[in-house]
Each structure stands twice: as structure tokens, then as C-alpha cells.
Write a protein that binds this ligand. Structure first.
Ligand code: ZN
Length: 110
């Protein structure tokens, strides 16, 4: 019984995630929302958490809340990499060698 519950939970989560991903992709027309806000049209390759899982955990969000379509949006690979880098950079406070002309720390601001 215990294993049945566990595997149902795990499979259920996977299935729910696949479904919610599809929903978000459809809602966002398969386009990267970060690019869209910047006036670009780019095909998304993934669905990303707006509030990252790490942050949502700190905020004590439930999984249902963090995986809710309102916290998800379609994103393209370059934007995802920039976002992930920013999140990790903030957490680890990795100091990148600053350029002589002081590049902005957020590449999205470019
Ligand atoms: Zn993008």
C-alpha cells in the first residue's frame, strides 16, 4: 500500500507536470515570454518557474502553488540560461570580473 501511494504520487506529479507544461505552452503560444516582453518573438524550448523552486521553498509555497500555471511561463534557451545564471549568481554571489566600462549585472537589461 505504501509503495502504491508513493509511486502514484510520483507518477501523478510527472503526469501533472506534463499536463501543466502543455497548458502553459499553449497559453503562451509556444513563445518565450521574456523575449516577448522585450519585443522579440522567439520559440520557447521549456516552461520555467517565474518564482524559482528554491525561492518558492523559502517562501514556503506548496508544490501545487509553485507548479501552478500562474507561476510558469514559456522560455527560450538563452533566456533560461541567463535566468538560471542570475539565480545562481545571486545565491552564490559569484563575482564576475567586471569590465572596464562596467557591464550591467543583469544581461536582460541589455
Ligand atoms: Zn527568450
Amino acid at each position: 500500500m505504501a509503495w502504491g501511494k508513493k509511486s502514484r504520487h510520483e507518477r501523478g506529479y510527472d503526469y501533472a507536470w506534463v499536463k501543466v507544461r502543455e497548458q502553459v505552452m499553449e497559453r503562451d503560444y509556444g513563445l518565450c515570454q521574456t523575449c516577448k516582453r522585450a519585443g522579440r518573438t522567439t520559440l520557447a524550448y521549456a516552461v520555467d518557474h517565474i518564482v524559482s523552486k528554491a525561492k518558492a521553498t523559502v517562501l514556503r509555497w506548496t508544490r501545487a502553488k509553485m507548479d501552478h500555471p500562474s507561476n510558469l511561463e514559456a522560455i527560450c534557451k538563452p533566456c533560461h540560461e541567463v535566468k538560471t545564471e542570475g539565480e545562481q549568481g545571486k545565491k552564490k554571489r559569484v563575482r564576475k570580473v567586471p569590465g572596464p566600462d562596467g557591464w550591467p549585472s543583469c544581461p536582460q537589461a541589455l
